[in-house]
Write a protein that binds this ligand. Sequence first.
Ligand code: BGC
Length: 374
Amino acid sequence: MKILLAMAASLMLACHSCVITTDRMEQKPLDSQRAEAFASGDSIRLYTLSNAHGMTVELSNYGATIVAIHVPDKDGNIENVTLGYDDHAGLASGKSYFGCVVGRYANRIAHARFAIDGKTYQVPQNDGQNSLHGGVNSIDKQVWTARVMNDAIRFTRTMEDGENGYPGKMQVTVVYSLRDDNSLVIDYTATSDQPTVLNLTNHAYFNLTGNPESTILDHQLMINAGFITPVDSTLIPTGKLMAVAGTPFDFNSPTAIGSRIGAEDEQLKFGKGYDHNFVLDKSNPEAPAAVVTDAVSGRKMEVFTTEPGVQLYTGNFLNGSEKGRGTAYQYRTGFCLETQHFPDSPNQPAFPSTLLKPGGTFKSQTTYRFSILK
Ligand code: BGC
């Protein structure tokens, strides 16, 4: 404990973005009640990253989860822009993947089945006949090993060969770094001792208003994508690409999320709103994958990623059963931009491959950068 405190103190002197480790014993400058609420047993703790601009990110090593992101609005009011729970029990029982890392295969795998080198693997069917986000009790419900770094927290987890049906013993590392330009950078790395498939993302739900009771329908969204991977009624990609031009999926110019969400459109019906993978235009590597703004608070969030796709999910299944922040989260009060490989890629040879071979290292980076609208 003393070592951690000393480490935190020396880091605070050494850099603007500081890492503070919180637990039951450390009272200040952190909210000790919150640290207490998210601690469990000997190994589950709340970690807080903070920077020189008053931005803080709370993380739990349970599920490598973003518990909260506090950012200023145009008047300097610092508020949480994510949906979240009030304590560890909320994280442990939550069913909507608030802020956690999902895998081994984020998004869906058709019939919960795929083959590698002619051998078929059956993974959990937890979404009708399909598999969603790696199955139940996957890495989002496991305790990761945490390490406090310079301006970052590193979480690591070993997934056993055969865990949830997936082949290969896999080492996964997720590093959350907070920069002084109000960027939260997420770096993923993974290796496996056998050929396997993987797709990793963070499942944070954002509401830039800071008010979790307000819907996200007035947020303006830009997604740098000319195509989506259209789905069938079970949200499995058909394998084709659909041009967004002239459809409610064209977000190439900033458009309110809610302006076309109720349009007569088969894809929107299947998703009960937006629940689709956008094929990112990678022609300009500097360009953001997505930009979201909220005119009232003046908050802006840019998303950058090395991934080929992003799932826009508009909280269509939120129904008040998840609770936190003094509310019961209602329909469409949060949106997710889940940077990822395409859904069901293990069964879609034309999609970018999600195969990971022994000796290879999977690397992926996603940045959420916050600023104020000019
Ligand atoms: C999926 C949704 C699902 C949500 C919560 C999203 O990534 O695309 O269909 O309801 O996660 O599980």
